[in-house]
Design a protein around this ligand. Structure first.
Ligand SMILES: [Zn+2]
Length: 83
């Protein structure tokens, strides 16, 4: 009889808030924390050399960020239901 098939005893903690990891959102405890981490490193890669942005550029950037967020959400859900 297996003793390690419980699925709940991962012993892992969310790196964002320290709550127990939810299998579906691992290595995070929730979608919220997963998005926080994603946003963190997206911000990191946006930290490009100093550029001057026009207002129109900021609009584009906002659209890009919103679009990226939607896309990842969509992808996440479709990968769950599609297969
Ligand atoms: Zn968390």
């Amino acid at each position: 009889m297996g003793t390690s098939d419980a699925g709940t005893a991962t012993g892992r903690k969310c790196p964002i808030c320290g709550a127990p990891v939810e299998h579906r959102y691992r290595p995070f405890c929730s979608k919220h924390c997963a998005e926080r981490d994603l946003a963190r490193w997206l911000n990191g890669s946006y930290a490009v050399p100093v550029v001057e942005l026009d207002e129109s550029d900021l609009d584009e950037l906002e659209d890009f960020v919103e679009g990226a967020g939607d896309a990842s959400e969509d992808d996440d859900e479709s990968s769950h239901g599609g297969r």
